[in-house]
Ligand binder design. Sequence first.
Ligand code: ATP
Ligand code: LTN
Length: 327
Amino acid sequence: MQRLLSGIKPSGDLNIGGYGGALRQYVKLQHEYESYFFVPDLHAVTVYQDPKELHQRTRDIAALYIASGIDPDKATIFLQSQVPAHVELGWLLETQAHFGELKRMTQFKEKSDGKDTVSSALFTYPVLMAADVLLYQATHVPVGDDQKQHLELTRDVGERFNNRYGRTFTLPEPIIQDIGSRVMGLDDPSKKMSKSNPNKNSCVHMMDTPEDIRKKFSRAVTDSDGQVRHDWEQKPAVSNLIEIYSVFSEEAISVIEKRYEGQGYGMFKKELAEAVIEKLQPIQEKFYQIVNSSELDRVLMNGAKRAAETASTTLHAAKKAMGFVTF
Ligand code: ATP
Ligand code: LTN
């Protein structure tokens, strides 16, 4: 069976972008792959996180995995910081990554833009991500479009290591969906819907109330031609809304376009909000049942144990290949 690994950082409240690009895929793919879903908490602290918030958000993401339909008996769910092999392999792989290629990472450029100082961890972060993936010999990694470049780096670093020290790592393929892999802000379709965007109306969170969701979609920017038509070049704001509709209603874009033909945006936006609410409501209910439960602790403890077993085999092989004394 092929192996899948992916994760969502606990760096803010998860929004429907992360659901469209990542979480929704996880739920489907767990049936086709031996799956590892982890919470990359070590990645979150590359920018400052309030300790109490980090603690709660880490539980929140793990609970959301289960609430969205990931079955902990089928997939391994764990926290990155509970499997120390990630950090150790991360260091070893830093010896294979080049300063110049890390400087070219667009996420680093975006996150450091305009800041006086950033942590060195923000700079080397993609190498830790490479370690996350390579440790589990993952064949596939489902991500949103913004992570494509990091996955290419993962492959480059893994291949460099294999060429130098002998075949140790499986080189992974990204799984990026056509629809939903790039959900844009509701206030500005040129910017990714992001947890870190300070504009409250830009982003619908997974835990938003129905009222908030209705309000946010009613305020979402559109354009003046009044046609519900998918065309990223000419109509980016409306195309973004149609894609969100398609993700949440699981209907084809052509079906949605046809339904609202000649009707303007009013009803379209209203029914879009209802489609999102309908999908989120059962997820939210389940989330509140498990987020502070001892059941979640149990899942995470078992998950860490299972993950550590797989990870230690790869780490041992990598250290041995490099010439470290191993027993
Ligand atoms: P931040 O904005 O704080 O850097 P992020 O949302 O980019 O966070 P994660 O939460 O770790 O980072 O992303 C989890 C997954 O969701 C990744 O695979 C990412 O590609 C995907 N994702 C995040 N935002 C979107 C979006 N707007 N559209 C589609 N996929 C997204
Ligand atoms: N870099 C990703 C989060 C992440 C990840 C991973 C995703 C860290 N390690 C391994 C897939 C596989 C992000 O910023 N969204």
